[in-house]
Design a protein around this ligand. Structure first.
Ligand code: 13P
Ligand code: SF4
Length: 360
């Protein structure tokens, strides 16, 4: 820009040099030069300010916009521990699946923004049918939520007349509607133990189901083949290798992990259970066998403690689809509202309500 101003000055002064120098003419050109420089300095400063504001204020601006939209829409943000830290920071309520479903059932706000996968939004809608439940990404879905068929469930019902179908909350509303009661990883053992039925079909997670069966040996627990790809693929070899490097570290595992990983665990529990255990333990080092989004809250709550994750980092791509931009979009437009087909509402809702009752 400075070069540009010198060129303009030279061009402007040229006619004067061809004539007798006229002081007023020089003066006027010097004035023009000064004005040009001043104008450019001002516009450069403004431009720099704009760039700086863009760099340092970009996140702030999104946060401010979300806060403003929330106030306008009477909305609250609920987020699972597996979403990106940026999103966790914006949440009014953050927790595991059980906590989020409990909170959703009791909120007075008109709009709930569910930062998680679709079964969470469906559960929110089932528990709060009058509320608007917004999903920042309509494609964020849990693959395990679909991993059982109606035919399988009906077959077991025929074979075992006294069967209780126990459905992990990580399932579609349709699957919930075939079930007697829902559970989460935080309450599955307690609920199965307290059911009057002897025969239990646990759907769709075979790993959590197997873990529950081990904790409640007095029941006959049957399983299907579903699983969470993120937890099921965790490698026991990688966990053992970490344990060799950090012999004093405690292994904390989510019950969705495969049986070989669970065998290595010092503690098995839901995401919230893992957080609680780490906070209360006198150990300084932990090997964490669950999705890596939980690292943010573990480190925030426990400065000075070390958390190691398996080398093949357990990442749920669907949970990571949630971004601040998508939250802004749904709050602005009201798009991506969670809904449950009418046919599934009564029985799916009942299975969820039953869980909240039995988990007390
Ligand atoms: P929890 O929230 O019950 O710990 O379950 C983990 C999970 O996989 C959620 O999708
Ligand atoms: Fe589903 Fe597993 Fe992702 Fe949870 S972590 S949403 S169970 S795929």
């Amino acid at each position: 820009m400075l070069n540009f101003s010198l060129i303009i000055l030279t061009i402007t002064l040229t006619p004067c040099f061809g004539e007798k120098i006229n002081p007023p003419c020089v003066l006027s050109h010097v004035n023009i030069y000064a004005i040009l420089l001043q104008t450019q300095t001002e516009s450069q400063t403004k431009k720099r300010r704009r760039i700086n504001a863009g760099r340092t204020g970009e996140i702030m601006t999104k946060q401010e916009e979300i806060r403003q939209l929330k106030a306008e829409q009477d909305a609250v943000i609920l987020a699972h521990y597996y979403v990106d830290p940026q999103v966790q920071e914006m949440a009014d309520y953050i927790g595991d699946s059980f906590y989020l479903s409990k909170v959703a059932a009791g909120l007075g706000n008109r709009t709930l923004v569910f930062c998680g996968v679709s079964f969470m939004g469906e559960s929110g809608k089932l528990l709060s049918p009058d509320k608007v439940v917004l999903m920042p990404d309509a494609q964020a879905d849990c693959p395990m939520a679909h991993m059982v068929t109606r035919e399988e469930v009906e077959q077991y019902r025929k074979e075992y007349p006294d069967l209780a179908v126990v459905c992990y909350i990580n399932s579609t509303a349709e699957i919930k509607s075939w079930s007697d009661v829902c559970v989460t990883s935080a309450n599955a053992v307690r609920i199965v133990r307290n059911l009057p039925n002897q025969d239990i079909l646990f759907i769709p997670d075979k790993n959590l189901g197997r873990y529950v069966a081990g904790q409640v040996p007095e029941k006959h627990v049957m399983l299907v083949k579903g699983c969470c790809p993120v937890h099921d693929h965790m490698s026991p070899g990688e966990v053992s290798a970490l344990k060799e490097i950090h012999p004093h570290a405690q292994v904390l595992a989510h019950p969705e992990c495969n049986a070989q990983v669970l065998k290595l665990a010092d503690y098995i529990g839901s995401t919230a259970g893992i957080l609680k255990y780490a906070a209360g333990s006198s150990s300084r080092e932990f090997i964490i066998c669950t999705e890596n989004g939980v690292r943010y809250e573990l480190e925030r709550q426990n400065p000075g403690k070390e958390f190691y994750f398996p080398d093949t980092e357990p990442v749920c791509r669907d949970m990571k689809k949630i971004t601040l931009d998508k939250i802004i979009h749904v709050l602005r437009t009201g798009q991506n509202q969670a809904s449950v087909p009418e046919a599934y509402v009564p029985s799916a809702g009942r299975a969820l309500e039953q869980m909240l009752k039995l988990a007390q």
